[in-house]
Design a protein around this ligand. Sequence first.
Ligand code: NAD
Length: 237
Amino acid sequence: MTRAPVRLLIHGASGRMGRAVLRLAAADARVAVTGAVNRSGNKVDGVRAWPASRIAAALPFDVLVDFSLPDALDAALELCLQRGAALVCGTTGLSSSQREAMVAAAESIPILYAANFSIGVALLHELVSRAATAVPDWDCHIVETHHAQKRDAPSGTALSLGEAIAGARGSPPQYLSLRAGDVVGEHLVQFTGHGERLELIHRATDREIFARGALEAAVRLAGRGPGIYSLGKLLLG
Ligand code: NAD
């Protein structure tokens, strides 16, 4: 039996990431975009859009895919709760109270939050946890580089890698953030001992990888029960 397409509302649709999600969704028969939300409310790539102030008017959807700004997230989460819809959220720089609100909302709806939707970074999390457990006394640094327009620092990805490292060895790494040109995203995790250094690095060269991961997550999250889901488990099994 073929499954009906998963209905998506794209939140932050006119941004770099939102447009990448729209492009991929248009070519994917497993999903149907029922609308978009952005600051202006102007149509995006032919898709009907609502401004943030009229988000409640959005057509029915199964999953809201969010790549916007922290200020915009609360209204999106509220809408998902009202509609009983799932949330796939990739916005970084969220406050701790916003993260807590997501955990509370997950009592009622399925939620997946990932600071990075690439499969390579999901693997990097596993590798750095393994390294941090094996050499807990080595110095550990995360050097992250992103395009000059990125607002938050350290990146959400660096912080979430740092959480994994702290969980594994008891102390967090040191962070260094570089903002330069049009770099999509690079994360170097460096463990330094005496006379040797281990470097684990992920380079994103095309932001479509994040959009592809988010779309795949949306398809897999649709129809699931309430709870917080992890990208690693959902995509890598
Ligand atoms: P962008 O600035 O290009 O786009 C932001 C979008 O949010 C725009 O469409 C804008 O209209 C919309 N927006 C702003 N205020 C709004 C409001 N109040 N209500 C509704 N929409 C609003 O940003 P971007 O580069 O597309 O990145 C968006 C977010 O995604 C950032 O937090 C970024 O760090 C994050 N990001 C996450 C991943 C990941 O894999 N999780 C990857 C890349 C970027």
